[in-house]
Design a protein around this ligand. Structure first.
Ligand code: T4K
Length: 417
């Protein structure tokens, strides 16, 4: 066996492979230059075009461009009139922003555990968590795999709850013949630097509700009745008026310049990630100490393949996760952790009294998960380097021929023999 780089051996590659490196093409660069030369760099015609094209892509009636998914989620809660005293049910296995926005409107985040196979909110636990204070449900399509939306919608209807989807990972996701972004009252998308579609920072809120769209447009820009583009179109100047104290959440044409071309290549980029995904699946299927996601696109249901998360079967390894990550990093491969469950973060422990043991499935995943590089900016050689590094590290730390009871194999995740 080759010596690990962290033990003085030669790394798998000489240059660091950055986790989450975006693919930016010449089209984005040319569009950005065009925007800079045009003099209109704030919210304007390119944002409007991007909104139209994105709405079209996700089969939504309306799309509202914003400066982050966090802003989109916050606006959705406001438009759903969620406020102090209300409860919003979500998953602990998510980025902190999902729960933070619930705190922003002074409602209470209520977590329900995840299904260990899908990593998504368990609908049975969801229904049990509904109280008379519950106002909304915020499912998160973790890694890009859709939540059980039929069940979630039915629960929402039974109890009169608004469904706000966190689709930060799920721009390309389909669920049983329906596109994510077209199903619920609101859906929020993220265009952060590492996302499948990036505008540097940015997001989109989609809805089919014509009654709320004007309020949302105002809330996104200080609560004004007109944005700058509307006000300064030649010959159409009128003063603005504040309708309610809104937020500074708008996107800019500079960001939309990226978004337009990122959207254009979204399906092609997905095909690249699908290829990397299957290389990983194949390479790690029999690797001791590592379990791979069980993912089978079904008729009408498609994974967006945003994050490829392996789980370390720590009972089969002689190292903990940090040591594994550091060893892989020394081989010059970047990785990520998605996520440390939100209920374990200090603010949530202190404010809501959540603690370890509350959501065992999310915690088990949170303790063992590791995201490998998965970006359309990667070549097949990059993917082979990732495979070589993970294999090298797993083999070095493997406790061979130990049969473990209670491993992730029981969660329905494919397990190394
Ligand atoms: N809901 C969910 C489920 C989410 O995952 C997120 C965001 C949100 C809601 C909220 O979306 P936004 O409001 O942000 O639109 C991040 C991001 O801060 C966060 O946006 C994202 N999720 C979360 C998954 O990741 P980190 O700590 O994992 O990533 P970060 O910033 O360390 O970047 C990872 C790697 O990407 C870096 O090591 C290098 C590379 N990178 C990063 C940047 C910024 C680049 O190559 N180029 C870059 O420009 O947090």
């Amino acid at each position: 066996m080759f010596k690990l780089a962290c033990e003085g051996g030669r790394p798998v590659r000489s240059e660091h492979l950055v986790f989450g490196r975006p693919l930016i093409g010449e089209e984005e660069i040319a569009e950005m230059v065009d925007t800079l030369r045009s003099g209109w760099i704030g919210f304007g015609p390119k944002c409007l075009r991007f909104e139209k094209e994105f709405a079209n892509y996700v089969h939504a009636d309306f799309a509202l461009s914003v400066n982050s998914a966090t802003a989109a989620l916050h606006l959705a809660l406001m438009a759903s009139n969620v406020g102090p005293g209300d409860e919003v049910i979500t998953t602990p296995l998510t980025f902190t922003a999902t729960a933070n926005v619930i705190a922003h409107v002074r409602a209470r985040p209520v977590f329900v555990d995840v299904d260990p196979r899908t990593q998504n909110m368990d609908p049975v636990l969801l229904e049990r968590a509904v109280t008379r204070r519950t106002k909304a449900i915020m499912p998160v399509h973790m890694t890009g795999w859709p939540c059980a939306m039929d069940e979630i919608e039915a629960i929402g209807e039974r109890h009169g709850l608004t469904v706000i989807e966190d689709a930060a990972h799920a721009a390309e996701t389909w669920y049983r013949g329906r596109k994510v972004g077209s199903m619920s009252a609101f859906t929020a998308f993220s265009f952060y630097a590492t996302k499948n579609l990036t505008t540097g920072e940015g997001g989109m809120l989609t809805t089919n509700d014509a009654n709320v769209i004007d309020r949302l447009r105002a809330l996104r820009l200080h609560g004004l009745d007109k944005d700058a583009w509307k006000r300064y179109t030649p010959g159409a100047f009128t003063p603005y008026e504040t309708l309610e104290p809104g937020y500074k959440y708008n996107m800019t044409d500079l960001q939309a310049s990226l978004g337009l071309h990122q959207l254009d290549r979204l399906e092609r980029a997905l095909a690249v990630r699908e290829r990397i995904w299957s290389m990983y699946d194949e390479a790690f299927a029999e690797l001791e100490g590592v379990t791979v996601p069980r993912i089978h696109d079904e008729q009408g249901t498609r994974h967006a393949r945003h994050l490829y998360t392996i789980r370390l079967d720590l009972e089969r390894l002689e190292c903990d996760r940090m040591r594994f990550i550091q060893a892989v990093s020394a081989e010059n491969i970047g990785t990520g952790i998605h996520f440390v469950p939100v209920h374990l973060h200090r603010y949530y422990r202190k404010t809501y009294g959540t603690k370890r043991g509350d959501y065992p499935n999310a915690e088990r995943i949170g303790d063992r998960t590791l995201s490998l590089p998965l970006s359309a900016s990667m070549s097949e050689e990059d993917a082979r380097d990732v495979i070589a590094a993970v294999t090298k590290v797993a083999r070095r730390y493997a406790r061979s021929r130990i049969v473990v009871v209670g491993s992730d194999a029981e969660d329905g995740v494919r397990q190394a023999a």
